[in-house]
Design a protein around this ligand. Structure first.
Ligand code: TXA
Ligand code: MG
Length: 346
């Protein structure tokens, strides 16, 4: 399949960008799948009302069919058509964080294609905060199901190049609108029960949610591997580069000792470091992932750094860890998955 690339900038109404947006939207209306930027990561969009379009998303990504998709909308009336009710807490969260990196699981979903929700009686909805995503949604005038636009199991794409690398030839087109902002996927919260529950940590932190709706629960499966997660996608190994990743909970000196030992055994080793620590280490490749003083910069860089290791020929990757605070919770959630939960403690 030929994959079209449409180039646009944030000025979506311009003579340059608008015709490109309209073409991409036409493609979506014909039930083809198209990747586009959001403020979190690139999404692979398809008409959420069409089983045929949604099937193409699963096929292009190689995604397991039991992992439901997020439906993206540009306006509140679209939400009302897709759910059976909007609990008060969900309404408050929409007012506080939309458009933005928060996905809300609501009761309903009977009006989207069956394969969007993977048979659940809830539907996950988000209004993205990106001019290009919003312009495409408006031009198509459809709710769009859109998972991250990567091959299943690979790090989510934060640039159009990442999407092209994974999906070129497998999808109808890509809207290239430059790099994304947050760099990690949205926070997913379940608002279908009594207590708002975080199913996947992301750009909006627990503390920020609690300012709006009071106490928020965290799905037990996020901290206990024995539990069945309420968000089916969370159970899959994810975000992983090809070489195995190990997290090192200890000093820089300790991490270096491990690396020295493996290199002496003939292994090529990569280190995921920070701007502060990168010059301390010796290894075959050392990639800084933002600044330890600014966890938002770490979130921003993480997927690109994991993909850069795939471009190198290292056998193993060792990574520093980050604090479990604020957006650090989401960073550590993704890093732990990339590492398949392998941690060495000093
Ligand atoms: O930032 C994001 O959320 C990106 C951009 C493109 O919007 N999208 C994204 O989609 O990360 P995806 O498919 O990679 O992740 C969707 C997550 C999965 O963990 C899935 O299991 C969960 O949302 N999910 C979807 N529908 C659900 C539902 N009805 N109940 C519980 N979890 C659900
Ligand atoms: Mg994903």
């Amino acid at each position: 399949m030929h994959t079209n690339v449409w180039y646009v900038d944030g000025n979506v109404d311009s003579e340059k960008s608008y015709p490109q947006i309209v073409e991409a939207a036409e493609c979506l209306k014909q039930n083809e799948v198209v990747a586009f930027p959001t403020e979190t990561v690139y999404g692979l969009g398809g008409n959420a009302l069409s089983e045929e379009a949604v099937a193409k998303i699963f096929q292009a990504k190689g995604r397991p069919a039991d992992n439901p998709l997020i439906v993206h909308v540009a306006s509140r009336p679209h939400v009302e058509k897709l759910v059976t009710s909007i609990p008060k807490q969900a309404d408050d969260l929409m007012n506080a964080f939309w458009p933005g990196p928060l996905t809300i699981v609501l009761p309903g979903g009977q009006s989207v294609a069956r394969n969007v929700t993977a048979g659940l009686d809830t539907v996950a909805i988000r209004m993205p905060n990106h001019p290009v995503a919003l312009a495409i949604l408006k031009a198509a005038n459809l709710p769009l199901a859109a998972p991250s636009a990567n091959l299943s199991g690979k790090p989510s794409p934060t640039s159009a190049d990442h999407v092209i690398h994974d999906l070129s030839g497998r999808i109808a087109g890509i809207v290239d609108g430059g790099s994304t902002g947050v760099g990690l996927e949205s926070t997913v919260v379940d608002c279908s029960g009594d207590v708002v529950t975080i199913l996947r940590p992301g750009g909006v932190t627990k503390e920020q949610l609690e300012e709006v709706v009071g106490e928020v629960a965290v799905d037990a499966a996020l901290s206990d591997e024995g539990q069945k997660p309420k968000s089916p996608g969370v159970k899959y190994k994810h975000y992983a580069p090809t070489a195995p990743v190990t997290l090192v909970d200890g000093s820089e000196k300790y991490l270096q000792t491990i690396v020295d030992k493996r290199r002496a055994e003939g292994m090529k080793i990569g280190i995921l470091a920070t701007e502060e620590s990168k010059s301390f280490y010796q290894a075959d490749i050392i990639i800084p992932c933002g600044s330890r003083d600014d966890l938002i910069s770490v979130a921003n860089r993480l997927y690109d750094v994991l993909r850069q290791f795939d471009e190198s020929d290292v056998d193993e990757i060792y990574s520093e860890i980050f604090t479990h605070e604020g957006v650090g919770v989401a960073v550590m959630n993704r890093l732990s998955k990339a590492a398949n939960n392998r941690v060495i403690n000093e």
